[in-house]
Design a protein around this ligand. Structure first.
Ligand code: NAP
Length: 312
């Protein structure tokens, strides 16, 4: 392992610390802390953990965070009714509806919810108005994971102007906004997806490679130019002991952790990539903590806009 580890947790701590003055100012201006409403439909265990972590982080930072639950057998209309109520509530600055929504709500339930949000409170940056503004390079609320990656790259002094960037994945949540943000920093950007032939050959040209695929160890050393910066967005829970044995040698701490817990969380990047790349984000501890830090940053931005009388 020779690559530098890009410490997302430290960057997230620094981002949260940098928000403290803004939170104090906007709290004075509004007469209340910046307020985030989290909507959770159903009882997906992973979502419960994510939501608890967001509530805790917001409270620790001096924001107010409130949870609104919709029962697992609730309808999409119930979620939309909560969203409309929160849209109209002047005491709420940001709204986040936790994904995934229960399958029974329909395949386009999430899009319908994003469409229903007040764009000024859309702290996930998924409303079409915010997506359009991002495309035009005039967004205030940008999707948290890709904007967190940009913060990390900036803090680590990784140059983008004139560099080749390859993003693997084209989701609305990660891949597409990631590619736009890199483009806005003057990188030359290629987006790969499941229909792209020979992804490795394209990825190999990247100075900055972002993997947002959702397949454990998908990015092998064959995808990586020596010295490249590799951003691993993937979060994959692996339960197959054969795969874990293949990826982590005997005595590796991840092997021991797997033997204890029966699963291991790993990214889209194969462990051997650390021997080729110049810098890599670890999983966990890389991109994940930045996502929540940027959620807070977006909540503060939304609250500042409200305090300035320009929520839009
Ligand atoms: P997604 O919506 O499933 O998108 C995955 C993308 O990968 C799609 O564009 C898909 O292409 C592409 N893809 C799938 N197989 C491929 C292949 N063999 N070759 C090339 N491209 C392929 O997932 P997502 O929401 O973007 O999330 C991606 C990963 O990031 C997941 O592991 C997720 O858990 C993780 N994530 C992490 C954070 C964080 O805070 N760290 C936040 C969000 C997501 P098509 O479009 O052609 O299907």
């Amino acid at each position: 392992m020779s690559a530098r580890s890009l410490d997302g947790a430290a960057a997230a701590t620094a981002i949260r610390a940098s928000l403290a003055d803004r939170i104090a100012r906007v709290t004075t201006a509004l007469g209340r802390p910046p307020t985030l409403a989290l909507v959770l439909a159903g009882a997906d265990p992973a979502s419960e953990i994510y939501v608890a972590s967001k509530l805790r982080t917001a409270a620790d930072a001096g924001c107010r965070a409130e949870l609104f639950r919709v029962a697992a057998d609730g309808r999409l209309d119930d979620v939309l009714a909560v969203v409309r109520r929160l849209n109209a509530d002047a005491g709420v600055d940001g709204i986040l509806v936790q994904s995934p929504l229960p399958k029974a709500m329909g395949h386009d339930a999430e899009q319908q919810v994003f469409d229903a949000l007040d764009p000024a409170k859309d702290v996930d940056g998924f409303h079409p108005v915010n997506v359009g503004r991002l495309a035009q390079k005039r967004a205030r609320l940008v999707a948290c994971t890709p904007s967190g990656v940009m913060q990390l790259l900036a803090r680590e002094g990784i140059a983008l102007a004139g560099k080749r960037a390859v993003v693997i994945g084209r989701s609305d949540i990660v891949g597409k906004p990631m590619a736009l943000l890199l483009l806005h920093q003057d990188a030359t950007v290629t987006i790969c997806h499941s229909r792209t032939p020979d992804v490795a050959a394209l990825a190999c040209e990247a100075d900055v490679l972002v993997a947002a695929v959702g397949r454990a160890a998908y990015v092998t050393p064959a995808f990586v130019k020596p010295g490249a910066t590799v951003i691993d967005v993937g979060i994959n829970r692996v339960t197959d002991p054969e795969l874990v044995a293949r990826w982590y040698p005997d005595g590796h701490p991840r092997r021991a952790s797997f033997e204890k817990k029966g699963s291991v969380v790993m990214g889209d990047v194969h462990p051997d990539v650390w021997d080729v790349a110049g810098a890599v984000t670890p999983v966990p501890g890389g991109v994940g903590p930045l996502t929540i830090a940027m959620l807070l940053a977006n909540t503060v931005t939304a609250a500042e806009a409200r305090a300035a009388g320009r929520p839009e």
